[in-house]
Design a protein around this ligand. Structure first.
Ligand SMILES: *Cc1c(COP(=O)(O)O)cnc(C)c1O
Length: 428
């Protein structure tokens, strides 16, 4: 860091000496970690470019359809670009998915029928899926459970797939129609699953039941490795465009990709049977979807670098982190355990202070729709709630873990984390 920068951080941001000292140590320690991520980024950038070139994307694909949106070539071609990138038959990329939860919900509702069973094999699913599935929800909200779709869950064993239990369930319960797995940690104290792990689990499942649909929640995972779940046998995946794959540019939306039959069934739940993906005007967002996709391999790795830095500096400051800085990642999430509510909240407030947008507001815990515990969210983003932009969320529950992710630029992540750590270190 330039002397000028150090002086600037002290004077303008009141970063304390202890934090600056830890910064230098952390940067020294993580230097060697970036090479592999840079190589993955390079590969994925080439992959995205090839897909855009193969589909002959031009200015005329930046459509601005209205009404029914019939024949929106920007929309239809982007589906094909995504299908190429994910090495699968079909994709559905839409601004009409209000978030990742909605895309996942459409995939589940579209492919499951009454009396079918959904089997989760990565433990408790992401919080917002509980309402979709009907886990511990009382009222009649039209969850899968309300429609007579059963649910079974297999917890992780030592942080890994419990292959024996999975085999047992698949052999003994013919009602299992879909297996759900979550690549990212979500709000969980565990590692993300890398593509190799997913491949082993998927082949195991397919060797027992070829017909079962393997669905992977791919949120936060796109472009962190050279392969995606659909490269290793997943039938269906879904994710959010205000995470990795939107590149920080897509203003909203979600995607589903995989086997054509599964994607078509999902499309009937995005819109309605008989309409599917053939309708839906795109309000002029297509340019941002394409440009975001183009930038996504780069941006996702900026976020990974921020996470690696966070892991090391917070560990040096004495906090338990997951994953550690030198652990190979498959998502962009960094968990930091504070064991203390005050420090957790101070950290999130610090991230907010370093934001380009809304840096002057104090974030507070609130009852977020779809989440059981109160959640504090630091998100000073250009796009509301975008978590490919630097953000930190934490459910207010023991042991007070903050989940940090994103950062369109690594430098921004460094600043936010330094401000946050400075604040945490001031609490004695
Ligand atoms: C973000 C996320 C989702 C979907 O969340 P949205 O906020 O609705 O986009 C689902 N699963 C996982 C693992 C996630 O990280």
């Amino acid at each position: 860091m330039l002397d000028l920068t150090v002086k600037y951080l002290k004077e303008q941001y009141k970063i304390n000496d202890e934090t600056l000292d830890l910064y230098s140590k952390a940067m020294e320690d993580i230097k060697g970690e970036f090479e592999i991520y840079d190589e993955i980024r390079e590969y994925n950038q080439f992959k995205v470019l090839k897909a855009l070139q193969e589909e002959r994307i031009s200015d005329s694909h930046f459509t601005n359809s209205s009404g029914y949106g019939y024949g929106d070539i920007g929309r239809d071609s982007l589906d094909k670009v995504y299908a190429r990138i994910f090495n699968c038959e079909s994709a559905l990329v839409r601004p009409h998915f209000v978030n990742g939860t909605h895309a996942i919900g459409a995939a589940l509702f579209g492919n499951l029928r009454p009396k079918d069973t959904l089997l989760t094999v990565t433990g408790t699913p992401y919080d917002t899926l509980h309402n979709i599935i009907g886990i511990e929800v009382e009222e009649n909200i039209g969850s899968l459970k309300d429609y007579g779709v059963n649910y079974k869950q297999i917890d992780l064993k030592d942080g890994y797939f419990d292959l024996d239990k999975i085999a047992y369930e698949l052999k003994n319960d013919p009602s299992i129609k879909m297996v759900h797995m979550q690549r990212s940690t979500g709000y969980g104290w565990r590692n993300s699953f890398n593509i190799k792990d997913l491949e082993v689990a998927i082949s195991h499942i397919k060797s027992i039941r070829q017909d079962v649909i393997v669905f992977v929640d791919n949120c936060y995972g796109e472009f962190i490795e050279t392969l995606e779940p659909t490269d290793v046998g997943a039938d269906l995946i879904a994710g959010s465009l205000i995470k990795n794959i939107g590149g920080g540019i897509a203003p909203t939306g979600g995607y589903i990709a995989g086997k054509e039959e599964c994607v078509v069934q999902s499309s009937y739940r995005l819109t309605i049977p008989g309409i599917g993906g053939e309708c839906g005007s795109t309000f002029g967002v297509m340019r941002s979807f394409y440009q975001g996709l183009f930038l996504a391999p780069h941006v996702a790795m900026e976020a990974v670098k921020g996470a690696v830095f966070c892991a090391r500096i917070m560990e040096l400051a004495g906090f338990e982190v997951l994953p550690k800085y030198n652990h190979r990642r498959s998502d962009i999430i960094q968990a930091v355990k504070f064991g203390n509510e005050e420090k957790l909240i101070a950290f999130c407030k610090g991230i907010q202070k370093g934001s380009p947008i809304d840096s002057f507001v104090e974030c507070e815990p609130w009852d977020m729709p779809g989440y059981k515990d109160q959640v504090i969210m630091a998100a000073g983003a250009f796009i509301q709630g975008s978590s490919i932009e630097l953000s930190a969320d934490a459910p207010i529950r023991e042991p007070y873990i903050a989940y940090l992710q994103g950062g369109l630029t690594f430098d921004h992540a460094k600043l936010g984390i330094m401000i946050a750590l400075s604040k945490v270190l001031e609490i004695k």
